[in-house]
Structure formats: C-alpha cells, structure tokens
Ligand binder design. Sequence first.
Ligand SMILES: Nc1ncnc2c1ncn2[C@@H]1O[C@H](COP(=O)(O)OP(=O)(O)O)[C@@H](O)[C@H]1O
Ligand SMILES: [Mg+2]
Length: 268
Amino acid sequence: MRRIAIACEKGGVGKTSLAVGLACGLAQLGHRVLVMDTDNQAAATRWLGREHMPGLTRSFAGNLPLERLVQTTCAERVEIIPASTSLATLERSLYGIPHAVTFLGQAIDELDQERWDYLICDTPPSLGIIVNAVLTAVQELIVPVEARPMGLAGLSRILSTAGRTQRRLNHSLCEARLVISRANHTDVSRSVEAQVRKRYGARVFSTAIPERISIARSSGLGIPVSVQEPKGLVAKIYRKLAREVRAIETVSRTGSPPMRSPTATGLT
Ligand SMILES: Nc1ncnc2c1ncn2[C@@H]1O[C@H](COP(=O)(O)OP(=O)(O)O)[C@@H](O)[C@H]1O
Ligand SMILES: [Mg+2]
C-alpha cells in the first residue's frame, strides 16, 4: 500500500478536491483506495457521501485500530476513514506525550497492507501535530499549487516542514511533488503555472487540474464528479493524474510486495 499525503498550510488551494479526485481516478483505473480524512472540517468525508464519525482521534493517540473505522463510500473501490470532530482538540490531548507524532504511522502499519493499493490522507490547513503525524507516517507528499497570484505563497513552509520531517523522523518520505490546481485560461494562471514548472521541473505533474464549476458544485452534493460523470472530462483528468502517480517508482516503507494488477474498468 502506497501512502500519500495531500498537504499545504493554505486553505482553499484544492487539497480536498485533489484527495477525492485522485482517489476516484486511481479507483477507476482498478486500484483499491483508502482515504483518511484528518481534517475536522470533514470535507473529504462528506464529498464521499459520509459524515463525521468518532474514532480517528483515538487512533492518532495509539488507542484504536484504524481498521475499525473503515467505511465504504459512494465511489466503487474507495473506502474512507472519516474525520472526527475531536480532531480539533487533538493538539491539546497529545500535548507533552513523547513521540506522539509517531503513533499514527504505527496504526497505519497495523492495517492490512494487502487490502488497499493506496492510502490517500487529506489534511487540515495548518502545520500542527496532525500534519506532522501524517508526514511522519507516509512515503509521499503531493502539494496542490493554486494557479493564482498567491499560489506559491504557502509552498515554502510545507516543503520545509516536509524536509525537516524527512531528516528527523521519516527517512522514507520522498521529495514532495506538486500539482497545479484551479488552472484557467487567464494570463495570471498561465504565468503562475509557468513559474512553478520552471522552478520545480519534473517534480510538477504534467496534468494540471482545471477550474471547473462541476468540481465546485459536486463538493456540496456529497458525490465526486468522477462518480457523477465517470466518462466526463473531469474524471478523465483525474485518471490521467492517477496514471502519473501510479508511474512513480517508490520503495515501500513496509517492504510489502509490488501491487497486484488492477481490475479492468473499461474507462480510458
Ligand atoms: N478545480 C476546481 N474547480 C472549481 N472549484 C474548485 C476546484 N478545486 C476546488 N474548488 C472549490 O474550492 C473549494 C476549496 O477547495 P478544497 O479542495 O476544499 O481546498 P482545501 O482542501 O485546500 O481547503 C472547494 O469546496 C471547491 O468548491
Ligand atoms: Mg480541505
């Protein structure tokens, strides 16, 4: 099971839409995906047709196996560990407990690694203990960069936080990759995208997520665009991104064998 975090300190940059869209894209390629929603706002949970559920906070503290929290979603092959409202006070409850940021990684190690091909962790817009615990637990980080004038603003802090986590706590965390999000045809959007690609080169996925009203609308409906219109343009874009993600070579932290072949879904 590959473990991927979607993170950026800035809110509204497209973390949750990326987590949900990528999960659905991978699932449409035939992979089994587990989404973990670590943001107490529960946007990913609701987008996948579920509601807040108690429990995840206890798993962060090492007191509840994650397996017990897994729920099905409205998307085939996508399951979710829903957000719990008490994630808002997690910082306080773990304060002063030694090695608290490592508990989540241990809880993920205890999941059945053969049951899912990917774990996608959506995170809150902060750089507190939740994001630190997630970065300590995963191998990969994807940061959405909004194609807007301030798009690059939140980037340096998440990249330096990830670098620090990699050096101190998680040597298997790979260099972060970036996805351009909410791209449109304006000069500003094009110029930000060009700057990001020039500066970060191959670390930027060639697939950019466009600004689409269907994405904005679907967030409130509790059903991802890829489920509403599996053959539509947005679903196709997420599958293209999913193929790029799939193509990345990674060394599994748990040393688990390579993933089995995905189930054919007939979608291109
Ligand atoms: N590509 C997009 N096209 C149109 N609207 C989008 C797109 N991505 C995100 N949005 C809108 O912006 C809001 C914030 O995006 P979201 O993914 O929740 O950001 P974050 O998780 O970083 O706070 C979403 O509710 C959605 O309505
Ligand atoms: Mg979000």
